[in-house]
Design a binder for this molecule. Structure first.
Ligand code: HEM
Length: 419
């Protein structure tokens, strides 16, 4: 690990995450200032909560730590929040009803039934990618599975998955000049202050969603979009804006995140050949424990934010009503109080109480079981087919402090039996 910086030198802006996750910064915060005020240059400052137990207690206390003023770092006025609010930025009891509407296809039992279909999709993806020999792992493998699974659940045609990927990338990577139409931290983004991620891509996705909703209104099918347009909550249907933000949330939340778990998982196995060897000899280990260690290690979502609804305190540190409180999952996942040798990638780690899907409470990731199954199936299918995989060029990361994102990872593969 790099040497610990001084507290007053800490930078948690987007540029600080371009080379790698600054784990030494989080180690310092956990040790010296577990509830630390960061004078964020991008807007009002915020409290950084970096210890595992504090991330859990903040996430579960929705009365004191509300999601209704925003889940990301950006300061939103009432007009912006009203226009952009999704389920993620809603507190109970409204949240409970919205979640009930989209929950059924994501329960452990429902997800278990997708395993066969996931395997078929994965095989198709690998059959196409592996014979290429040299390719970008993110582009050909990691990107493909999550979006195709979502497309099936939502009921979007398979031919549209590239467009969904493109919209998702342009929104999530709104701080990276490689993808963003309008950089989030630039004055030009002011024109998009009323749309999610301040991104024109959100408007294009809304338009696409409207056309799909109209089709499903006329002819319902067994998919999530049909459910969103037909089911009533408290005798009411979702408003057009509620439909838009729910559709967008589902497309964005399940796409980029799972992609990153897969990409980082592959990279971690390449960088830790002894762990790859362990999995090679024991597929059950990969399924039962390896997937969770990949999820801990990759921490695709670095943080989410809450806002204090009243004067309170965390670990003795007073927090004023209205202050933003940011829970850093990536730090909690490397908390030495909970994980033995957290800096070690250990595919047999048990117990593994990672907070990759959140600290618990009502917003705990809706897609957690699905995402884990995708990681399990992908590696279960991929590893036996690989004699070797080398990373042949620079692993390029996205400029963002929100997700732990690899943009490109050139690889050369030798398929089993091809040597
Ligand atoms: C490895 C992949 C994934 C990671 C790391 C991840 C992470 C997260 C995190 C950290 C949260 C917020 C938890 C909180 O605030 O307490 C969340 C919420 C959410 N996730 Fe995931 N997620 C992943 C995959 C998925 C998938 C496949 C879907 C499927 C559509 C999905 C849908 C959602 C939704 C809808 C929410 C909002 C839940 C709510 O507000 O009630 N996620 N996710």
């Amino acid at each position: 690990m790099a040497p610990l910086p001084a507290l007053d030198e800490i930078d948690l802006g987007n540029d600080a995450f371009v080379e790698r996750i600054p784990h030494e910064t989080f180690a310092l915060l956990r040790r010296e200032a577990p509830v630390w005020w960061y004078d964020w240059p991008g807007g009002r400052g915020f409290w950084c909560v970096t210890r595992h137990s504090d991330v859990v207690s903040v996430s579960r206390d929705t009365k004191t730590f509300s999601s209704a003023q925003g889940a990301n770092l950006e300061d939103l006025d009432e007009e912006m929040m009203a226009a952009r609010r999704s389920m993620l930025e809603t507190d109970p009891p409204r949240h409970t009803r919205l979640r009930g509407l989209v929950g059924p296809p994501f329960t452990p039992r429902a997800v278990k039934a997708y395993e066969l279909a996931l395997r078929e999709l994965t095989r198709e993806i690998l059959d196409r990618a592996l014979p290429l020999g040299e390719f970008d792992f993110v582009e050909e493998i990691a990107k493909e599975l999550p979006i195709r699974v979502l497309a099936r659940l939502l009921g979007t045609p398979e031919s549209d998955t590239d467009r969904l990927i493109d919209w998702g990338d342009r929104m999530i990577a709104n701080t990276d000049p490689d993808y963003a139409d309008v950089l989030h931290d630039s004055p030009a983004s002011e024109a998009y202050r009323l749309v999610p991620f301040r991104s024109p891509a959100a408007l294009e996705l809304f338009e696409y969603g409207h056309a799909l909703a109209a089709e499903r209104r006329r002819e319902p099918r067994d998919d999530l979009v049909s459910k969103l347009v037909h089911t009533e909550i408290d005798g009411e249907r979702l408003t057009e804006r509620e439909f838009d933000t729910m559709f967008l949330l589902l497309v964005v939340a399940g796409n980029e995140t799972t992609r990153q778990a897969i990409a980082h998982g592959m990279l971690a196995l390449v960088e830790h050949p002894d762990q790859w060897e362990r999995l090679r000899g024991d597929p059950q280990l990969a399924w039962e424990r390896g997937a969770d260690e990949i999820l801990r290690w990759s921490s695709p979502v670095l943080h989410f934010r809450r806002t204090a609804t009243a004067d309170t305190e965390i670990r003795g540190q007073p927090i004023a009503a209205g202050d933003k409180v940011v829970v850093w999952y990536v730090s909690a996942n490397f908390d030495e109080e909970v994980f033995e040798a957290p800096e070690r990638f250990d595919v047999g780690r048990s117990p593994n109480r990672h907070l990759t899907f959140g600290g618990g409470g009502p917003h705990y990731c809706l897609g957690a079981h699905l995402a884990k199954l995708e990681v399990q199936v992908l590696f279960d299918e991929l590893l036996p087919r690989l004699a070797a995989l080398e990373v042949t060029g620079p692993v390029e990361r996205m400029r963002t402090n929100f997700t732990n994102a690899i943009k490109r990872m050139p690889v050369r593969v030798t398929a089993r039996g091809a040597r």
